[in-house]
Design a protein around this ligand. Structure first.
Ligand SMILES: *[C@@H]1O[C@H](CO)[C@@H](O)[C@H](O)[C@H]1NC(C)=O
Length: 322
């Protein structure tokens, strides 16, 4: 066997080629001095993501005024964001501190599965939430009948089911490819493009599958959200009072900004041809959908909202009186 890759005693040898049993992440940046500050920044962002989202779950659960479909979706989104960030960020933080940045083959597959499950579910759930807002603002008289609790449970259950199944298919397709040589991942988690780069078989089937998944589960929901918000803005401009107009406009605008950040960075990352995968700009782009969006969502969707602020005050008042 004349392989250029140095053999590792932990690698099993089968049919003349080594089978990779673990992967190794490359350092986040080629400048070692920034690893420490990067660690602090990411840790801070991760903690604020957890705190913000846990707070939303607690207030939507204890406050009776927030028992409505919109807050059911928000609670579900917060629950999702916690899982989504936890699937990648803690491992990244450990890697920023240690020299051996390894992950087992199974660990890598599990990470990809969890990350895609939460990511695809989020794409669908955000679309369901936009539909909920569209109905509430553009068709307020029909809102109660159309967005019943049943519809609301159904929409979120379908989002989760789609996430579970698509992620399972996608991950299986990628991890049944042969991995026989390089095991260095030029990324901070087991994302699809960097893993495809390491596979030694033909990957065109996987690339086509990724394109289809991105179009159906990222681009279509994104267009759906944009169309819903255009309808919402149209309704707002016909509103009689300037105050209501400004407030609803600012809410919709901030929703659109975070949605565009999340879907936009995802689309750019996954639709880029394989040849452009390795650039370090990719890691920064990935940080915007793995960490920036989950951190901003609770702020944008809930904590700016008057009802949530009042519920938060009630919760604090109750704690103090106890
Ligand atoms: C989110 O929605 C799913 C499907 O309706 C449900 O099973 C799950 O319990 C919800 N989670 C939270 C925290 O609301």
């Amino acid at each position: 066997m004349t392989s250029a890759v140095k053999k590792d005693p932990r690698d099993m040898t089968s049919r003349n080629h080594t089978v990779v049993t673990y992967f190794q992440f490359l350092p986040f940046s080629s400048i070692p001095e920034i690893q420490g500050s990067l660690f602090c920044l990411v840790l801070l962002m991760y903690i604020s993501t957890l705190v913000g989202n846990i707070l939303i779950i607690i207030i939507t659960m204890v406050d009776a005024a927030l028992h409505s479909p919109m807050y059911f979706f928000l609670k579900n989104l917060s629950f999702l964001e916690i899982g989504y960030t936890t699937s990648t960020i803690p491992k990244m933080l450990v890697n920023l501190l240690t020299k051996r940045k390894e992950i087992s083959f199974l660990g890598c597959a599990t990470q990809m599965y969890a990350f895609s499950l939460f990511g695809i579910t989020e794409c669908c759930l955000l679309a369901a939430m936009a539909y909920d807002r569209y109905l509430a603002i553009c068709h307020p008289l029909h809102y109660m009948t159309v967005m019943s609790w049943n519809t609301c449970f159904l929409l979120s259950a379908v989002s989760w089911l789609v996430g579970v199944l698509v992620a399972l298919g996608q991950t299986t397709l990628i991890f049944t490819l042969p991995y026989c040589g390089p095991k260095r991942i030029n990324h901070f988690f087991c994302d699809l493009p960097p893993l495809l780069k390491l596979a030694c078989g033909a990957t065109y089937k996987n690339e086509i599958t990724i394109y289809i998944v991105v179009v159906v589960f990222i681009m279509v929901p994104f267009l759906f959200i944009v169309v819903s918000y255009v309808q919402i803005l149209h309704t707002i401009f016909k509103m009689p009072t300037a105050k209501g107009k400004r407030k609803t406009f600012s809410t919709c605008f901030s929703h659109l900004v975070v949605v565009t950040l999340f879907y936009g960075s995802g689309i750019v990352t996954y639709l880029r041809p394989k040849a452009f995968y390795s650039s370090s700009s990719n890691k920064l782009l990935s940080l915007s959908y793995t960490l920036m969006s989950p951190m901003m969502n609770p702020l944008i969707y809930s904590l700016r909202n008057k009802e949530v602020k009042q519920a938060l005050k009630r919760l604090i008042a109750r704690k103090i009186s106890m």
